[in-house]
Design a protein around this ligand. Structure first.
Ligand code: GRF
Length: 198
């Protein structure tokens, strides 16, 4: 059976990475063309202190560490990233809390998917959960999964869902609910992207 190979990039906690692995690794999926099997083939963190590295160890998912501080600029780091990932020939690079803006060289080298904790195009950027919670113009936040292009949080949406803010009195509670929504939406969106794959 054809394998669909997923390679994950992350920078921190890695809870989405772990959830994706448990939900999708070794799963079979019927695409319009054929039946395929999903395989996580590796992960990479730009942060040597990321808790996600420990999660990879327990999952026995090979994880490389490539600190961006050793590179003079974004372009040279992304070229190094491409060199590390290319030998794995992934079908998709899955961004899972990877806190870096990627250059066009990188996004053109692989099919990349990202999860963002807001209802895009609202609340782009690194503080999306807080920004959407505090924004009185919206009574909802949400989660969006999208293809990655050069524009920050800007590629074509694969799946997105709103989350009503009213049941959540505090940012902490809203944040926990956003993460729960991520754990259900990200695997669904990846399966959809595999089915849409050319
Ligand atoms: C998630 O909220 C994701 O939407 C954002 O970064 C966070 C990563 O969390 N891009 P984790 O590392 O998966 O726990």
């Amino acid at each position: 059976m054809k394998e669909i190979k997923l390679f994950v990039l992350f920078s921190g906690n890695g809870s989405n990475l772990e959830n994706l692995y448990h939900t999708l690794h070794n799963q079979t999926l019927q695409t319009p063309k054929e039946e395929v099997q999903i395989k996580f083939i590796g992960a990479l963190s730009n942060n040597a202190k990321a808790y996600g590295i420990k999660r990879c160890q327990s999952l026995e998912l090979p994880c490389q560490i490539l600190p961006h501080q050793s590179y003079p600029n974004r372009q040279s780091y992304d070229e190094a990233l491409i060199k590390h990932i290319t030998p794995h020939s992934p079908d998709f690079v899955i961004l899972s809390g990877f806190m870096r803006i990627l250059t066009s060289s990188f996004v053109n080298a692989f099919r990349c998917i990202n999860i963002h904790p807001s209802y895009l195009p609202n609340h782009k950027g690194a503080y999306a959960i807080k920004d959407s919670f505090e924004d009185l113009n919206f009574n909802y936040g949400g989660v969006s999964v999208h293809y990655v292009n050069e524009e920050l949080d800007g590629g074509k949406i694969i799946l997105q869902e709103k989350l009503d803010k009213t049941p959540y009195p505090t940012l902490e509670k809203f944040e926990a609910a956003i993460h729960q929504l991520e754990y259900s939406l990200y695997p669904q969106a990846i399966k959809q992207a595999i089915k849409e794959m050319q």
